[in-house]
Write a protein that binds this ligand. Sequence first.
Ligand SMILES: Cc1ncc(C[n+]2csc(CCOP(=O)(O)OP(=O)(O)O)c2C)c(N)n1
Length: 370
Amino acid sequence: MSELEDLGLISHFGDDATPREPPPLKDLGIDRDILLRGYHEMRRLRAIDARMIVLQRQGRVGFYGACTGQEAVPIATGLAVQEGDWVFPALREQSVMLVRGFPLVAFIAQVFGNSGDVLKGRQMPSHHSGRSVNQVSWSSNIGPQVPQAVGCAMAMKLKGDKSVAIGFMGDGATSEADFHVAMRFAARYKAPAVLVCQNNHWSISVPTRKQTISQTIAVKARAYGIEGIRVDGNDLFSMVQIMRRALEKARNGGGPTFIEALTYRIGAHSTSDDPTRYRADEEVERWKKKDPLDRLRNYLVREGLVTEASDQKLDEAITKEISAAVNEVEAMPPPTRESLFEDVYRDLTPQLKLQQEELLRHPPAISPHG
Ligand SMILES: Cc1ncc(C[n+]2csc(CCOP(=O)(O)OP(=O)(O)O)c2C)c(N)n1
């Protein structure tokens, strides 16, 4: 049985019992430029999440869900996908869009939900999507994106398109019927899909061990006849390699792969949550020692690719970029009142036209600027 088949943890860092160091760059199998790009994106994402949380605490945006501690999974995905591939995120993969070139201003406008938001403020804040980068909005319901990803994969297969659909889920989503529907269908019809579970050990306040008595989540794939892989989700190197392999397999007609990425949510579930009420600080501290960004940084320092000075320069550029984007977005007015009626019908129906006219006869309840 190969290493990939035995459901052991794939990691360049080993496991808790037998920690390891990743091999030198020349033996790693990932280009230096890809690693540096991944480092930049992970560092930027951590800074974006921190800034959005501050904005929420200041009452400037309504809601935010960070992925602090889980950055390696979405960033590795963004580095591994090809242009036509589709991404169906769960709660913590919005940043794949950024790696694929979605503009930061348009991204932040989806947190503010104002006129800069392509969704005109109609979606819940932070439920990002981007048509230009084939990323579907994450749904607040837990699970439906998994069969949707498989359906999209099947559509591409029927069209003879070589693209792959990636469906993400949290560990909690594997307790939903949608997970089982998607797994059965993907396996039976050999959908060109990669299904990724970010096992971050908690579904809000419910620990993974209460979701399932299976020893791992990856093992569930076997029952459906899908290859299940368990990978260290805090290891950008392994994540890039496993995502590349699964995408290539799907692209070449090899069917779906299920990946359990072992990771940990360092922060709160969302800005509406207080994790100190249900989990121990020691557990968080233990996982902080396996922080994916620290691990990558230590490696790059060891390889002579990153220094204190280069970090300082990078952080200055990131801070400047985020501040400029926030300032630009915050200055945008809310969506116009008349836009409420747009996008349902190509042309407004006579009834909607009347309603729109009536609305506009009345002054706005709140001025556009608050
Ligand atoms: C069908 C459904 N049930 C419950 C909820 C409430 N809820 C929102 S997030 C969440 C936990 C999700 O946990 P998981 O899938 O592990 O993802 P994570 O938040 O850990 O990334 C729950 C139960 C919901 N949104 N949808």
